[in-house]
Design a binder for this molecule. Structure first.
Ligand code: GLY
Length: 397
């Protein structure tokens, strides 16, 4: 396939994958003056496109994931500065809303389960306040009179994921990032085993001393690497629905997350009356079809929390494949192959973790060590080998 702009003869860095992670890395590395190429058949159109855009370090904190929760909190703290930089360089709004989140249960046992999760989240030092059903409806009058309360989480916010893609693309272009609309078939290596570039599906070779794999769920399809170089990443399908409020429909002022007879559900309101309802979590390989039963179940559960969505138009059903890892945490750092960095496996938290991941990879490319906050998430965690050294030519310039 043709490049959208002329590819530099000798890029410094090739980023494989143009989701929120790959685009953020490309922008942050390019702003240091390096020549960056992003290779992706459809940048921003994978899991990032289907996402709801929640920036949710608290309500995505699950049992046994203390290290990930700590990274998530750090990432959320970086979001305002990342967003300010991004809006300035792209001259576009991202729809970043510091709206907070309210958590409710559909029945008494949901409420009890939410109480336990809240106690766990509080034990991690996360900011979460218990609410009765009445208190939750005072904060969010569109909630069902049958809802059972739960918690208020003032620090869980959101961004419009699709405006974010547009802003990141513009930021990349402002820093002369080149986009190649193709898949990467393989990483190319020289006689020493170090990275020398990539080979596209079309057979075109792209030479570069540094390659960053940010290929989402498709990581395993990249060939040319010794066994054990890549961490295990699997696709986990998620479906979201996009609704639009009609004129007199009740609107939400913040994100609503609920448990409905044990099944999680979220409703993320945009400022223009759009509402994203999610999400399924399906281990069905690379299938991305829209299941009628899943649409029904999502609408049924969302409606039980916020009955007024009956007055909304159903605009779109979107599916994407989250890149899941065995411990649900990302893999960021140099691989065992010199010159090959990994930014993989961001699973349910790609948008939240984009700023901190991009900063970490920019540090690596500049010859600095992985930041402390990212140190627990290096590839050796899942692969059991020592970190590879950067290739010559990847130090700061
Ligand atoms: N972060 C929400 C989801 O993956 O559904």
């Amino acid at each position: 396939m043709a490049a959208m702009h002329e590819v530099p003869a000798s890029p410094d860095v090739v980023v494989v994958g143009g989701g929120v992670i790959g685009l953020s890395i490309a922008w942050r590395v390019a702003e240091t003056g390096r020549r960056v190429v992003v290779v992706d058949p459809a940048p921003g159109r994978g899991a990032t496109w289907a996402a709801a855009g929640m920036i949710a370090p608290v309500t995505e904190a699950h049992y046994g994931e203390e290290a990930l929760a700590s990274l998530a909190v750090h990432a959320a703290e970086r979001w305002p500065a990342y967003n300010t930089d991004l809006e300035a360089v792209s001259a576009r709004g991202t729809g970043y809303l510091r709206c907070g989140t309210i958590v409710v249960g559909a029945d008494r046992s949901d409420r009890l389960a939410l109480d336990e999760i809240r106690a766990y989240q509080a034990s991690l030092g996360l900011e979460v306040t218990a609410l009765s059903g009445r208190e939750s409806r005072e904060l969010e009058p569109a909630l069902s009179p049958n809802s059972h309360g739960g918690a208020h989480v003032p620090g869980d916010h959101q961004v419009d994921n699709r405006l974010l893609v547009a802003a990141l693309t513009a930021a990349c272009r402002a820093h002369h990032v080149t986009f190649v609309a193709d898949r990467v078939a393989a990483v190319d290596r020289d006689r020493t085993g170090a990275v020398s570039g990539v080979v596209q599906d079309t057979g075109i070779a792209l030479r570069a001393p540094t390659v960053v794999l940010a290929a989402g769920w498709d990581l395993a399809s990249v060939q040319g690497l010794p066994p054990g170089t890549l961490p295990p990443v699997r696709p986990v399908k998620g479906m979201t629905l996009r609704l639009q409020a009609r004129a007199l429909a009740p609107r939400l002022s913040q994100t609503v997350r609920g448990l409905v007879h044990g099944i999680p559900c979220y409703l993320v309101p945009r400022h223009d009356g759009a509402l994203v309802v999610g999400a399924t979590s399906e281990e069905r390989g690379t299938d991305q079809t829209v299941d009628a039963g899943a649409v029904y179940a999502l609408l049924r559960d969302a409606r039980s929390l916020v009955p007024g969505i009956d007055e909304y138009e159903l605009v779109e059903c979107a599916t994407g494949l989250r890149p899941g890892t065995p411990d649900n945490a990302p893999v960021v750092g140099w691989s065992s192959v010199p010159g090959l960095a990994l930014a993989a496996g961001h699973y349910r938290n790609g948008i939240l973790l984009a700023p901190v991941t991009a900063a970490a990879v920019a540090d690596l490319v500049a010859g600095r060590p992985l930041p402390d906050v990212m140190a627990p998430f290096g590839p050796e965690r899942l692969l059991g080998h020592a970190r590879g050294a950067p290739a010559a030519g990847t130090a700061a310039r």
